[in-house]
Ligand binder design. Sequence first.
Ligand code: ATP
Ligand code: MG
Ligand code: MG
Length: 383
Amino acid sequence: MADKRKVGLLGGGQLGRMLIEAANRLNIQVNVLDVEGAPAKQVSSHDGHIAGSFKDAAAVKRLAQASDVVTVEIEHVDTHMLENVSGEVTVEPSWRTLRIIKDKFAQKQHLKSHGVAVAESVDLEGKGMEGLKEVGTEFGYPYMLKSKTEAYDGRGNFVVRSAGQVEAAYKALGDRPLYAERWADFRMELAVMVVKTKDGVLTFPTVETVHEDSICKLTYAPPRHVKKETAKRAQELARKAIGAFEGKGVFGVEMFLLKDGSLLVNEIAPRPHNSGHYTIEACPISQYEAHLRAILDLPLPEAGLRLREPAIMLNILGGNTPDSHIKVANKALEFPNASTHLYGKGEARPGRKMGHITVTAPTLAAAEKEIQPLIDLVDDMKG
Ligand code: ATP
Ligand code: MG
Ligand code: MG
């Protein structure tokens, strides 16, 4: 057994499931707090799991009592509950970090105060529809309207393209705590997984992410047509951004590469991240294993975070029929360099993340060639 300490996990979705796949190899027990049969629980058999909601204070307390280190697979948690148990159990990353990051506006302010470049943003809470109009005058159109909290996969964002759209934007998001961001006219999006350990801040390679309808679709490692110097700068920016937060574990840093070559941080996730799935096959140590090693103070040599071979990750989303994701996964099984992951999530709503495929190859061009038919299939089955 690599470690006798037990990890408590808030949330048992696909990120938790892949975390447990890594933990299983090291004989590390992960106690999951989520509903019975959640994706993470399906791959983990022991009596330490807790059935319930990670939003229930009593359940969080029970998880803390059964675990040595508590961590999260989602940032939309009640950080006051975590603060309450932090006297009796180690919480990684720190509840303070989770509290800042779960509010995207507070997160931006925090990064800005630490000298990390982010898109210019304006608080709109309590300013009503008038506030949205004023931002339009100040930033021009389009601008991005965002919910500060409970946002993921673009659910919480609205691109305000003209003054005529302000009303529709307010109708869509007006009941949520809002802020606005200046439009980032980016050349592409980059991401870096960062690991914060007791000794310092380490980085995985820079990848390119492609979003469709605000949901991550593809990840390219390394990024296409990006200079080594730029990829290095992205790693440095990611390292600096995560250096501004307390606590241990992996963090996903999403960035915009602007047309003038400069970089802005888009947002941070205080946990394993979709843009780091490729690390399972492409790096000696995956983001999931790195997270476990970091929160348990186990050895973590930075050379283990290197890219062994170029890789492309394709998300399998719920599509135009209830079983379209199964068809994509089955097709992928015919490809010799494709590793297929299904998350055991049950019903497939259009756009729901049901699984992913990672193709690795000696060159990125070879990986692109191999994965293209699968991208075409995913496009055909789009819901
Ligand atoms: P996630 O699922 O990654 O948590 P999210 O719902 O929190 O996503 P964001 O990361 O804020 O959403 O935005 C989703 C996508 O929208 C970005 O990846 C990018 O493509 C686009 N986007 C976000 N902010 C801006 C901006 N200021 N200017 C231009 N495009 C933007
Ligand atoms: Mg987000
Ligand atoms: Mg995002």
